[in-house]
Each structure stands twice: as structure tokens, then as C-alpha cells.
Design a protein around this ligand. Structure first.
Ligand SMILES: [Zn+2]
Length: 411
């Protein structure tokens, strides 16, 4: 960092839109409750935030060489600023992925840990879960015997990028390299923290993840992460607050089992809008054929899912002793006009007509209050007109069969 002079605006690293100066922190700030345990470096790091996609980033490392990073960030002190990096994170990841991948690991699925550090995730998966088909690759680390000299182009079905995206200097360039390793029907798992909803109030100073000493250069919004995926014809699906899937297509049988296993159990959480209600729900099952979670980022709907067949249902299991709940369905998009109007609904077997109200960004269907004590399960069954693909309707890129894009809310 030779100069501290910064233009008021720069171009966004993701969408190339206008980004404005957002906040300044000292270079020594680390991801910790105590941001400066070793005091300040006296070097200000400027972060910009995009007006369009709300991506948050610094350009202060743009001119750094790999050697600069090795000396000033990923040096012998890095273990102090990120103590989980060496062993705990790979081990936690093995505990997360191991049981899900176990049993399908012998199906010729090619798996890559991208940004693997010392390659411990592959080691733990092999030792503790007998999963042997995981290669390790770290573009900035020590070459791994599993990938050294190997032609990795379009080789992998499943690539894990755990705490990688925030470290990139140029996300689009790096994403191109990563995507180049992905096979035709593959998918990428990404873990990175999205900006909190109150980021404008917190600033970088009040958000621990915005820490230059950890090498956190790019801090994504839901929009900027989705856009980065879309550049490479990938979709963004959330599988938890900091966990994302970037699938290409899920038509291939080889990767479908793995994908479904990896997203099961957590996917539905994002489809329920009211967070506080999660404690009242034991499980939500989306039965029939549903597409994955997609970000809406519209007032009133955070995430939605498309129905993928004419007959779908949502089964909600309620915890015992819960107060009465109101079931709300928010329809974000219908694939064709009058699609929703022609849909018929059955609630626990009874034909019902929900109360419909048109809001700015969605249509809300209110199915009324459920007496939970008598019925610990809510089953909403519905039949739509025939699902259609945007490519067949208007030549759009999307070739999935779609019906209604909906979010579920209970209150
Ligand atoms: Zn942008």
C-alpha cells in the first residue's frame, strides 16, 4: 500500500457498477470479538460498497504480488489471526460432509477441496469416513500429491470452496479458474459470510468479518454472490446462513444423490421467512418436484422455491405445545398469467380457498389459523396447471420446468 489517497468512487469488482467509499479499518483488524489484540498497524484499509449489487470490497491489495500476501498476510502469524484455519475448520467440515458423502463416495464422484491449505479435509474424510475420492488443491499453497501435474479441467463433480471467496483479489477472474475445474453436471459448495442486514449501521468497524489482516478482501451481498454465480451459468442456492450451493444442472443422475444429500434438512430453513418461528417447527418437507432455494431479496420474501411439477405439497411438522400458527404462502412469480388463479389447494385433505391479497412484490395467500394441539402436522397439497420452461415460453436461458415461485411463512 503505497498511497492512502482514494477516489470517492471506484468500479464494483462484481458488477462493474459504481461503488462508493464505505468505511476504513486498520490493516491489523482480525475476525475476533476483540478486533485489535495486537494494536494498530497505522495502515488504513479502505472498503467500497457497490450501489447496485451491494458488494463490499477493498482495492488496497490489488497491486500485491503473491509474495506480498505470503509475507504480510499468510505468514507465520496467520495462525494467530485465524486459529481455526489449520485443523479445526477442516475437521468441522469433515464432520459436516462425511456422513452425507459416505456410501456415495464409491460412485466415481470426483470431489475437490479447493483452497485446501494442508489438505487436511481430504485426510480426515479418508481416515474417519472412508471417503477416498477427494483431491486437494490450493492455488497459493503447497502443491498436493493428489493434483500436482494433473489435468483438472472440467474434471470435478463436486468442488468445496470453504472460506475461499472472501480472500480473492479479483472474484470474477478467480471464479473463472474455479469454474474451469467443474464438470458438466457438477456443483460447487461455498462457505462465506454474507453482509449482515444492518451493515450500513455497523460499518466495517462493527462487523468482525470485514478484517484485512485475515485477508478478507471481498464481502458478498446476496446479490453479488448470485451475480457471480450467474456469470458462469450457475445458480445460487442457500443451504444455511453461510453455506451455499452453486449447481449447474441437476439432471445428471451421477450428481443428484450427492446434491440432494448435501442440501437435505437445511434447505427448507431458508424458505420460512419468520426466523423466530423456526423453533416451533420440527421439519418442513417439500414433496413432489421442487427446485432449490433461490434468493429473492425483495421486501417480504428473502428466499423462494419454484415448483417443478403440477402436483406439489408442503408438509410442516409442528413441535408439541406450540401456539396456534397462521400459514401464509407468498407467491413471488407465476410462470404464466392466471397460473395461480387456476391452482387448487387442499389443506389436510380438505379443499380450501385461501384469502388472497395482492402486495407490491408478491401475492399473499392466507390459509388461516391452525389449531396445532389437535393437528401437529399441516399438509398443504396443491395442483397447478402444467409446469413450463422459460426457454419454451420466451426463449429465455432457463430450461427448467417451472410453475409457482413461492416462499412459506408461518406466524
Ligand atoms: Zn456491484
Amino acid at each position: 500500500m503505497k498511497s492512502n489517497k482514494h477516489q470517492e468512487t471506484t468500479f464494483c469488482k462484481i458488477c462493474r457498477g459504481i461503488a462508493r467509499l464505505f468505511d476504513i479499518v486498520d490493516f491489523n483488524k482480525i475476525v475476533c470479538d476483540i478486533p485489535y489484540p495486537r494494536g494498530l498497524a497505522g495502515i488504513p484499509v479502505y472498503y467500497y460498497r457497490c450501489e447496485s449489487c451491494r458488494h463490499l470490497f477493498t482495492i488496497d491489495f490489488d497491486a500485491w504480488s503473491a509474495d506480498d500476501f505470503a509475507k504480510q498476510i499468510y505468514n507465520e502469524d496467520y495462525i494467530f489471526v485465524d486459529p481455526e484455519y489449520l485443523e479445526k475448520r477442516p475437521h468441522d467440515s469433515a464432520i459436516y460432509f462425511g456422513p452425507k458423502l459416505n456410501g456415495i463416495s464409491d460412485s466415481n464422484l470426483k470431489i475437490l477441496d479447493y483452497g485446501s491449505g494442508l489438505g487436511l479435509l481430504a485426510k480426515y474424510l479418508a481416515e474417519e469416513y472412508q471417503i477416498y475420492n477427494v483431491d486437494s488443491f490450493d492455488p497459493y499453497g503447497i502443491p498436493s500429491p493428489s493434483t500436482e501435474g494433473k489435468n483438472m479441467e472440467h474434471l470435478y463433480d463436486f468442488i468445496m470452496a470453504i472460506e475461499v471467496f472472501e480472500h480473492w483479489v479479483e472474484p470474477v477472474v478467480e471464479m473463472a479458474k474455479l469454474n474451469n475445474l467443474l464438470g458438466d453436471n457438477g456443483f460447487i459448495y461455498v462457505s462465506t459470510q454474507l453482509q449482515p442486514t444492518n451493515i450500513t449501521r455497523l460499518g466495517c468497524a462493527g462487523w468482525s468479518y470485514a478484517s484485512p489482516r485475515n485477508g478478507h478482501i471481498n464481502l458478498y451481498s446476496k446479490d453479488s454472490l448470485a451475480l457471480l454465480a450467474r456469470y458462469f451459468s450457475l445458480r445460487l442456492e442457500s443451504v444455511g446462513s453461510e453455506h451455499f450451493m452453486f449447481p449447474k444442472t441437476r439432471n445428471a443422475s451421477k450428481t443428484t444423490t450427492a446434491f440432494n444429500r448435501l442440501v437435505s434438512g437445511v434447505l427448507w430453513r431458508n424458505c420460512v421467512i419468520a426466523e423466530d418461528i423456526l423453533t416451533h417447527i420440527n421439519a418442513i418437507e417439500f414433496n413432489g418436484s421442487w427446485h432449490g432455494n433461490e434468493p429473492a431479496d425483495t421486501k417480504g420474501i428473502q428466499w423462494f422455491r419454484w415448483t417443478g411439477s403440477d402436483h406439489s405439497s408442503i408438509l410442516i411438522r409442528i413441535a408439541q405445545g406450540t401456539r396456534p400458527l397462521t400459514l401464509i404462502i407468498r407467491v413471488f412469480i407465476e410462470i404464466l398469467p392466471e397460473f395461480l388463479e387456476k391452482t387448487t389447494w387442499k389443506l389436510n385433505g380438505e379443499l380450501v380457498k385461501p384469502l388472497t391479497s395482492h402486495q407490491d412484490n408478491f401475492i399473499e395467500l392466507n390459509f388461516g389459523v391452525m389449531e396445532i394441539d389437535r393437528q401437529p402436522e399441516i399438509n398443504l397439497d396443491f395442483v397447478t396447471p402444467q409446469v413450463q420452461s422459460p426457454v419454451s415460453i420466451r426463449g429465455a436461458f432457463d430450461d427448467r420446468n417451472l410453475g409457482l415461485a413461492i416462499g412459506v411463512e408461518l406466524r
